[in-house]
Design a protein around this ligand. Structure first.
Ligand SMILES: C[S@@+](CC[C@H](N)C(=O)[O-])C[C@H]1O[C@@H](n2cnc3c(N)ncnc32)[C@H](O)[C@@H]1O
Length: 296
């Protein structure tokens, strides 16, 4: 660890206010840890799907040896500052436009799924009534909760004007679960934006902010930007903004359909053949066939 500690100062100086990792690791170490965690989680889910309890136990032990989700989150925080151009919510705030936000009389309610910090740009802006959740909370202001287990809202008071899924979909280790996560956003967004003229008309929502590593769309055998758009449009979203950085793809979607689709069949199919490509994919089988098992 001695050699790694030498990099501590430079890492800290490059870190945005959201990133408060207590111990730094090198850029290479954080990238390796993130990749290993994703691979092991994927294998663990496969073991669960196949009912292989021994394999699941040994993969869980390997994940624990790596430091588990807590260590992964620490690496992700460093990733924000080192490689990804900082806090992704800065892009969302730019798109929403400070002037517009100041004109909105109601305070838009925002759900940040996969929250590592309560001090990102959106949280500090004061424009939002924020709810932060994560599988593993690292701060008192972040509820420890699985979005997939969050009770479905009973009224608009429990719903949101904006949901953020920044680098969360790619964290989910299973293609079918990713589809379910996107589908689930529909239940958590407010569709009724109030009477025109009451100040709420300026809010452009209901909105979904999505960030993915570019490789998920640019270099996957089973996913591409057009295929992803096809799925989001099937769910009732329309793209409002999108941009790419060197490593990430940012997008902002507006929910434009009044009702969720009654059926969706979005299957895994090869769209970009090639040996060097990755296997990122999203599938959705809604409503699920009774015998269908979640599988990549
Ligand atoms: C790579 S980190 C991204 C964090 C941050 N949003 C960002 O943009 O850097 C992914 C986070 O999503 C969280 N996460 C994944 N699935 C989740 C779920 N179903 N519910 C809540 N949080 C989830 C993980 O615990 C992890 O902290």
């Amino acid at each position: 660890m001695g050699a790694k500690k030498k990099t501590l100062k430079s890492l800290r100086s490059g870190r945005p206010p959201t990133a408060t990792a207590s111990r730094s690791m090198s850029r290479k170490a954080s990238r390796t840890l993130i990749n290993s965690h994703h691979q092991l989680e994927k294998k663990r889910r496969q073991a669960i799907a196949e009912g292989d309890a021994d394999a699941e136990k040994s993969l869980s032990a390997e994940i624990a040896t790596l430091g588990g989700l807590k260590h992964y989150q620490r690496a992700s925080l460093q990733g924000q500052s080192l490689e990804r151009g900082g806090d992704t919510s800065k892009v969302l705030l730019e798109w929403l436009n400070v002037r517009t936000m100041k004109d909105i009389k109601h305070c838009p309610r925002m759900l940040e799924v996969g929250s590592l910090s309560t001090r990102n740009a959106c949280s500090l802006s004061g424009f939002f009534d924020m709810v932060h959740i994560d599988l593993n909370s690292q701060e008192p202001g972040i509820q420890q909760q699985d979005f997939m287990e969050r009770p479905l809202p009973e009224s608009d008071a429990d719903r949101f004007d904006l949901i953020s899924l920044s680098l969360v979909l790619n964290f989910v280790p299973d293609a079918a679960l990713r589809g379910q996560m996107l589908l689930r956003t529909l239940s958590f967004l407010r569709r009724n934006l109030g009477e025109p003229g009451d100040g709420q008309a300026a809010w452009p929502g209901p909105l979904l902010f999505l960030v993915l590593p570019r490789s998920c769309l640019d270099n996957s055998r089973y996913m591409s930007a057009s295929r992803f758009t096809e799925l989001l449009e099937t769910l009732g979203y329309k793209v409002m903004q999108e941009k790419s950085s060197q490593k990430l793809w940012y997008s902002l979607w507006k929910l434009v359909q009044a009702q969720p689709p009654s059926t969706v069949k979005f299957t895994k199919r090869e769209v970009n053949p090639g040996r060097s490509r990755n296997n990122f994919s999203i599938t959705l089988d809604h409503p699920p066939e009774p015998t269908t098992k979640a599988r990549r």
